[in-house]
Design a binder for this molecule. Structure first.
Ligand code: ACO
Length: 405
């Protein structure tokens, strides 16, 4: 806390907290994290129970509405989402403006932002009904957009949504079906991906969610605000860590694998190397991330169901974890695996290319973003977000003439 009279001659106190290490920017009733215990609750329900007993549509309903749906509410919600999965055909032309090798997150940032040009009818943010329709639209269309980005990168035709499939089954079909042959959704794969969606659905005021809130606080439309969230998620310190983590494991595997783990860990601990153990560490969790535990279980299940029990990357990840959890460097800094440490191995096993990992994260986090945005706008006292700064530049001076500069 700084006495701003010394800085600006104004009255009052001023908190300086770069990185928001200890500043709450809002009140929220959606997600609770106890970082010391390694506890995560969505609307009061432990993530361990939700992951086992619910599907992603239950979680979306819960996060948006505050409680789990009964059978009738679930059927109604599923039907609303299912009937908004198509996107305006013009978006295909917008997508075709990208290079085929564009990163899917670049494409997704553009596509999500572009939705605001098509769905003007739900952009009156003062109307709760409009906000609800925007939420349903975004949750429903996200899988279609991610699959479109993937198909485009492969030079394959887009596969349209099929309404009799589950949310996750439909996404898998849009990703992997072709017009030439029948596609049957593999139930193990569907369950694993659904769990990835559940575990990534919300995580209180992380960087991308705070970005959505800040962007949305200006009164901009929800598609613009969520597009800002997608852009923020892309960074390797946040959602981009799953892609970076798998690249790290692949590189390590190609350069000696398990035999070189010790050497690699020395590099990670050397501050001058610039190397971090990706998928490790978290701003809030100072204990094992509960999502990482669930993801590790899913990883084992999927690899065994697909006959990939001996996957070298999984073995490598387990070995890195084993060494890290007994190494004083990691123990003293309370660095544990986070959700991204194992999610890449699951996604790779089910055929999702590494470059799409963060887009899958964005798909799942959309419900959290939109629920947090809606929570902010539902507060009659909400204000535009406007952080202050600690000015360290020049004091007042006169502009010198050109020959004196
Ligand atoms: N590997 C090696 N050292 C690490 C790691 C890591 N993954 N993470 C943190 N550290 C060290 C730092 O060097 C620092 O050491 P020091 O105190 O000696 O300077 C200490 O641990 C604290 O780290 P900070 O970077 O200050 O912690 P912060 O809370 O700012 O960062 C973050 C958290 C960004 C997640 C960090 O742990 C990291 O970069 N992890 C790797 C990337 C990653 O997995 N991100 C995904 C996060 S989860 C998510 O977004 C879904």
């Amino acid at each position: 806390v700084i006495d701003i009279r010394k800085l600006y001659g104004q009255t009052g106190m001023f908190t300086f907290d770069p990185g928001f290490m200890s500043t709450a920017a809002c009140e929220s009733g959606i997600t609770y994290i106890d970082g010391d215990k390694g506890e995560l609750l969505y609307r009061g329900f432990p993530i361990e129970q939700l992951a086992v007993n619910c599907d992603f549509m239950d979680i979306c309903y819960l996060i948006l509405n505050g409680d789990l749906p009964n059978q009738e509410q679930k059927a109604d919600f599923d039907s609303q989402v299912t009937h908004h999965t198509m996107v305006n055909e013009q978006l295909h032309f917008f997508l075709r403006g990208f290079r085929r090798d564009a990163h899917p997150m670049a494409v997704l940032t553009g596509l999500v932002g572009a939705l605001s040009a098509f769905y003007h009818d739900s952009t009156d943010i003062t109307n709760p009904q409009h906000r609800h329709i925007s939420a349903i639209r975004l949750i429903a269309k996200m899988p279609t957009l991610v699959a479109m980005a993937y198909k485009y990168s492969q030079g394959q035709p887009f596969i349209y949504p099929q309404n009799d499939l589950s949310y996750t089954g439909n996404f898998l079909r849009m990703m992997f079906a072709t017009p030439c042959e029948d596609y049957k959704v593999n139930e193990v794969v569907e369950r694993a991906l659904d769990r990835i969606f559940i575990l990534h659905a919300d995580h209180e005021q992380n960087a991308s969610t705070s970005t959505v809130r800040l962007c949305g606080s200006s009164g901009t439309n929800p598609f613009a605000a969520i597009s800002a969230g997608v852009a923020c998620l892309w960074g390797p310190a946040h959602g981009g860590a799953n892609e970076a983590c798998l690249q790290m494991l692949e590189e390590l595997q190609a350069n000696g694998g398990i035999d070189k783990v010790g050497e690699f860990m020395e590099k990670v601990k050397d501050k001058n190397s610039g190397v971090r153990l990706m998928g490790f560490g978290h701003r809030v969790y100072k204990n094992y991330d509960p999502r990482a535990k669930l993801m590790q279980e899913t990883c084992k299940e999927v690899l065994s169901a697909l006959g990939l029990e001996n996957d070298p990357l999984f073995k490598l990840a387990m070995e890195l974890e084993r060494i890290a959890l007994s190494d004083p460097y990691f123990v003293q800094r309370k660095l544990y695996p986070n959700v991204d440490f194992y999610s890449g191995i699951v996604q790779r096993a089910i055929g999702i290319p590494t470059s799409l990992f963060t887009a899958i994260f964005a798909l799942a986090r959309t419900v959290g973003w939109i629920a947090q945005w809606n929570e902010m706008l539902s507060d009659p006292d909400y204000k535009i977000g406007r952080p202050r700064q600690l000015f360290t530049g020049s004091v007042t001076r006169d502009v010198p003439p050109m020959d004196k500069r």
